[in-house]
Design a protein around this ligand. Structure first.
Ligand SMILES: Cc1cc2nc3c(=O)[nH]c(=O)nc-3n(C[C@H](O)[C@H](O)[C@H](O)COP(=O)(O)OP(=O)(O)OC[C@H]3O[C@@H](n4cnc5c(N)ncnc54)[C@H](O)[C@@H]3O)c2cc1C
Length: 386
């Protein structure tokens, strides 16, 4: 395979998932030549549903991918948050932030299709079926060696593969916190229309969420619990599963009628340090994988992509400096988003009576204070403030 000469600002992106693809599209718009390498051999088989913030939608619009997503995405107009078996609830509405929607709900596969099409339109080279043997850098280049023996060089390499190749980069250290929980995802239909309301309900087992789908009476549901409990729920027949979910979630959204497509994901927090070293940087899930309680993972990854592309475009002749600048610039946002997510997991995953009382008072106060509600709404729609 030819080894393309490295030009200033050229980038090899390992992983053409939602974050790597968005990064390459941003790079192309900034005049940086990017080549994507992905192990998949065609359309993604990923089945999860993503809640996207309004800020993420704006970024997808900017790279020309939103038009294809819009007809497949459900809008979130309000978010209803409550806790099981205790008082207090908060309702955040799109009018709190003056936006047409607080966010959107979209299948990962639909998002990926839209990004793949945008890459073709933008003329970005994507090599599918690429199997990476090694990633290295020296004073002049970053080099990726493929298992078939071919090599590619550029001024920088970006790892956006969800972390699959991190073990090939000993300079990047991984830290993990196991929440000892899994998330069960499914689609549920209800006897009432959702009216574009998303629900988040905190329970001693873990959070449960309902995200409105395109169909007016269908939600994507997330049920977080211990591994053994999720094992049991996965094995239940549909009527027993529906009854268990109804009891767990309550009747706020209506009566659940059917459930399909149950899948489970183990939950852990994984972070990587440093985020950049020499000519190699990590972004998206390769850099941090979060608990889905606040639906922030992808939104955070998109902000990685934006900042890295802007940093390289600002100093295309000095990739090492650009990547170091990216790592510095991202530290605050990532720390705050992880802190916020971890706080929610800890605060709401605890069933002590005094904590329940404080949580209830907190939810009531949030609901009563327009400014606090607006701040929370802004965080949910744009991510952590800089
Ligand atoms: C259950 C669950 C629910 C979630 N819900 C939300 C949510 O509501 N909102 C939200 O913002 N985030 C959510 N997330 C997080 C979100 O899915 C991720 O943040 C997002 O997918 C990250 O995108 P990425 O492109 O960085 O990585 P990935 O989506 O992991 O994509 C990685 C890409 O790299 C490719 N690849 C993999 N291995 C290799 C290899 N060896 N070589 C080359 N290429 C490779 C893959 O084919 C893929 O295209 C959720 C996560 C989970 C597990």
């Amino acid at each position: 395979m030819a080894d393309p000469a490295a030009t200033p600002g050229s980038v090899l992106v390992i992983g053409a998932g939602p974050v790597g693809a968005t990064f390459a599209l941003l790079a192309a718009r900034l005049g940086l030549p990017a080549t994507l390498l992905d192990a998949r051999t065609g359309a993604t088989r990923e089945s999860r549903t993503l809640a996207l913030s309004y800020g993420s939608r704006a970024l997808l619009e900017r790279v020309g991918a939103w038009a294809d997503c819009a007809s497949r995405a459900a809008d979130i107009h309000r978010i209803h948050t409550s806790q099981q078996g205790a008082f207090g609830r908060v309702l955040i509405d799109r009018t709190d932030v003056g936006l047409p929607a607080l966010g959107h709900v979209l299948a990962y596969a639909d998002l990926q299709d839209a990004l793949d099409a945008a890459l073709v339109r933008a003329g970005v080279e994507v090599r599918f079926g690429a199997r990476i043997a090694a990633i290295a850098d020296d004073a002049a280049h970053a080099t990726v060696t493929l298992e078939d023996g071919g090599t590619l060089s550029a001024s920088a390499a970006v790892l956006a593969d969800g972390g699959a190749n991190l073990s090939k980069l000993p300079r990047f250290a991984t830290q993990e916190k196991d929440y000892a929980q899994s998330a069960l995802l499914a689609h549920v239909t209800c006897d009432r229309a959702h009216g574009h309301t998303a629900y988040e309900r905190f329970t001693p087992e873990g959070p449960a969420a309902l995200l409105p789908a395109m169909d007016a009476q269908t939600y994507s549901m997330v049920w977080v619990s211990s591994h053994p409990r999720i094992d049991e729920l996965m094995d239940l027949g549909e009527p027993a599963f529906l009854a268990a979910f109804q009891q767990h979630f309550g009747h706020r959204a209506g009566r659940f009628l059917s459930a399909s497509g149950r899948k489970r994901f183990p939950l852990r927090l994984r972070t990587v340090q440093p985020r950049a070293s020499g000519r190699i940087a990590v972004i998206g899930n390769a850099a941090q994988a979060l608990h889905p309680v606040a639906g922030q993972g992808f939104n955070l990854g998109l902000r990685d992509a934006l900042m890295l592309a802007e940093a390289i475009a600002a100093t295309p002749g000095d990739a090492v400096r650009a990547l170091a600048g990216y790592a510095d610039a991202r530290a605050g946002d990532v720390e705050r988003s992880i802190g916020f997510t971890d706080l929610l997991v800890g605060l709401f995953g605890n069933d002590h009576a005094p904590t329940r009382l404080v949580r209830g008072a907190g939810l009531l106060a949030l609901d009563a204070l327009p400014l606090a509600r607006r701040l929370l709404a802004a965080r949910m729609s744009f991510g952590a403030p800089r």
